[in-house]
Write a protein that binds this ligand. Structure first.
Ligand SMILES: [Fe+2]
Length: 227
């Protein structure tokens, strides 16, 4: 009988030790240091800005692969192959951004649960779809990421020009990728097939409607012998 209470005391203290150990092995708090020359407040604000950009870039990199896998139609191979270097470029930005957060004393979080809990937008809206549909939807995605990157550039102007410089470099690359995408949606007069659309599905619908009407027009002209 004497052994029973001893066992329960031992297991209670073992459980207690486990709780203590678990809570003592990890922390999401910022470090006691940041980059030299920055105040703790400047470091904290910059880390917050960077974490929001990290979430957006992780989401973008996953979205690019999703499109790479699900694009269909006659232009499949061009779009499929175009998106791999974009994905690689964005993955590099993910790594640089996360490492900048760590450099400033923060704890970068690129985990799926945190991404879903903290993002302010819905999952990408298209599954299997044509190249015109996906590219119009991706136009909307890039617009959102680039606009927010530019806001982050403004936000880091005073606090940390080193972080700002990194964000400026990323934005230049993102804008080039966006140009590749938009060039597929642009007509000779500089209009876009998804002009005026504010969400991915509307952009895809609008682009498909306009690209269908532009491919039927030359056929009619040819049939009427206008050449
Ligand atoms: Fe692939």
């Amino acid at each position: 009988m004497a052994s029973k209470p001893r066992k329960s005391t031992a297991s209670a203290s073992r459980a207690q030790r486990q709780v203590t150990t678990v809570s003592a092995v990890t922390s999401n708090r910022n470090a006691s240091f940041t980059a030299p020359g920055l105040s703790a407040g400047q470091g904290r604000e910059t880390i917050e800005t960077l974490q929001s950009r990290l979430t957006a870039l992780v989401d973008l990199s996953l979205t690019l692969k999703h499109i790479h896998w699900n694009v269909v139609g006659p232009a499949f191979i061009g779009v499929h192959l175009m998106l791999d270097p974009q994905h690689a470029g964005v993955q590099a930005m993910v790594d640089t951004t996360a490492e900048r957060i760590a450099t400033l004393g923060g704890v970068p979080n690129g985990l799926p649960g945190n991404l879903v809990a903290s993002r302010t937008w819905d999952d990408y809206g298209l599954g299997r779809a044509s190249s015109q549909g996906h590219l119009a939807a991706l136009d909307i995605v890039y617009r959102g990421v680039i606009e927010s990157h530019r806001q982050a550039i403004d936000a880091t102007e005073k606090n940390d020009p080193v972080t700002q410089d990194m964000l400026i470099g990323q934005t230049a690359e993102l804008e080039q990728y966006h140009w590749f995408v938009r060039s597929h949606l642009e007509d000779y007069a500089g209009g876009l097939t998804d002009a005026g659309a504010t969400n991915e599905l509307d952009a895809a619908r609008s682009s498909l409607r306009k690209s269908k009407s532009s491919t039927t027009r030359p056929q009619r002209l040819s049939a009427s012998g206008s050449r």
